[in-house]
Design a protein around this ligand. Structure first.
Ligand code: NAD
Ligand code: MG
Length: 389
């Protein structure tokens, strides 16, 4: 029996993960569940999945969580705060950690799982963008088994059969992008789009932050950086192709001209089941795509001028050092401001670009330097939001 910690259990990935876990009570048990601030939702999940531990990230909700669990007659222990979360992710309360917190806030618990040598199902891509080199080194040093839970990177992981990319054999990684809700729109048509429109993704049902990232193409930019670190691939050999049907999740091109692709429906339960059972396979609740009904799979180049965030991510890889941390933090601030209706859609790339251009490189030698770059970028981007709001 594998004991699984689901960090970010109240989110979209968290729900998909718990759905797959509940299908296999003989194989998996949710042993730790965490949420940011929604105590009632967390208690409801505990009543359903009976974990040993529940963690609410916001410490002011500790008592409410304890009382909620007691009132529901549950034996689940209540914890609160980031330190408790990281400690549990690295403890023997779990064998597998599903890192499904959104944003750089996930870094401490993700790193703790890596340092404790867990099987790490990594959805929290922002922690790779913030501290990819450090995180991958921690996984190697402590024998953690990192399995990407981003559909594109999981596709590449499967095409590579779980082995590292051999750069003498693999010539290119090709990440597919749906194109998001604003595919084929012009810059002029994007100026006045709303948060609701940006979150209305044609294929995937996801949290609001990643939905906006998909609409700006920053999600693909973050994924290029993620692929760079996860597979040790130079940025010049990572390409992006828009594939509006979201059936081919990514491709691996080899030096002999052979290209492997992985297909599936746009439903993260397939990806999560793969990560939980790898190298075995278990049912996920998702049927395979019916290619006869889908008919056509199409591919086109992304519009890098209209969707400027993609090239900002390549620029951050080129700059190196703390640029990834800066890019990620500026994006988190700009997306939150857009979701709050304070800035326009086209302000997002403008704020990120200006923050990147002005940032000092603090290096990537340790987490402290990266978190300092993150904090400094948040301050700078917030000032730019205020100037535009
Ligand atoms: P979501 O907003 O639906 O859920 C986020 C979860 O994180 C919630 O449980 C929330 O309580 C928790 N959380 C938020 N802020 C926190 C904080 N400061 N401290 C502790 N917990 C906090 O997001 P999601 O769509 O599930 O995405 C989660 C992660 O997975 C993101 O990094 C996203 O990029 C990645 N991802 C998501 C999908 C998808 O289909 N949803 C696909 C690929 C990758
Ligand atoms: Mg993805």
């Amino acid at each position: 029996m594998k004991r699984v910690a689901v960090l970010g259990a109240t989110g979209s990935i968290g729900a998909s993960a718990l759905d797959v876990i509940a299908r296999h009570p003989d194989r998996y048990a949710a042993s730790v569940l965490s949420a940011h601030g929604r105590v009632d939702e967390l208690v409801a999940l505990c009543a359903r999945h009976r974990p040993q531990h529940a963690v609410i990230a916001q410490p002011q909700h500790h008592a409410a969580l304890r009382e909620g669990l007691a009132a529901a007659g549950l034996a689940t222990q209540a914890h609160a705060g980031g330190e408790a979360l990281a400690a549990l992710a690295g403890s023997d309360a779990c064998d597998t950690v599903i890192a499904a917190i959104v944003g750089a806030a996930g870094i401490a618990s993700t790193l703790a799982a890596a340092r404790a040598g867990k099987r790490l199902l990594l959805a929290n891509k922002e922690s790779v963008v913030l501290a990819g080199e450090l995180l991958l080194r921690a996984c190697r040093q402590h024998g953690a088994e990192l399995i990407p839970i981003d559909s594109e990177h999981n596709a590449i992981f499967q095409c590579l059969r779980g082995a590292p990319a051999d750069l003498t054999q693999v010539s290119r990684l090709i990440l597919t992008a749906s194109g998001g809700p604003f595919l084929n729109r012009s810059r002029g048509e994007l100026a006045a789009v709303t948060a609701e429109q940006a979150c209305n993704h044609p294929n995937w049902k996801m949290g609001r932050k990643i939905s906006v990232d998909s609409a700006t193409l920053m999600n693909k930019g973050l994924e290029v950086i993620e692929a760079h670190w996860l597979f040790g691939m130079p940025a010049a050999r990572i390409d992006v192709l828009v594939h509006p049907q979201s059936i081919v999740h990514s491709l691996v091109e080899h030096v002999d001209g052979s290209v492997l692709a992985q297909m599936g429906r746009p439903d993260m339960r397939t990806t999560l089941a793969c990560g939980l059972a790898w190298p075995e396979r278990v049912a996920s609740g998702v049927a395979a795509p019916d290619l006869g009904t889908i008919g056509a799979l199409t591919f086109q180049a992304p519009d890098r001028t209209t969707f400027a965030c993609l090239d900002l991510a390549y620029a951050a890889i080129k700059a190196g050092g703390s640029a990834g941390a800066t890019l990620n933090a500026a994006n988190e601030v700009a997306v939150a401001a857009f979701l709050a209706g304070r800035i326009g859609f086209l302000d997002i790339p403008a704020i990120i670009r200006a923050t990147l251009d002005a940032a000092e490189d603090l290096g990537a030698a340790d987490l402290g330097s990266l978190l300092a770059a993150d904090a400094s970028a948040r301050r700078a981007a917030t000032a730019r939001v205020e100037a535009r709001a």
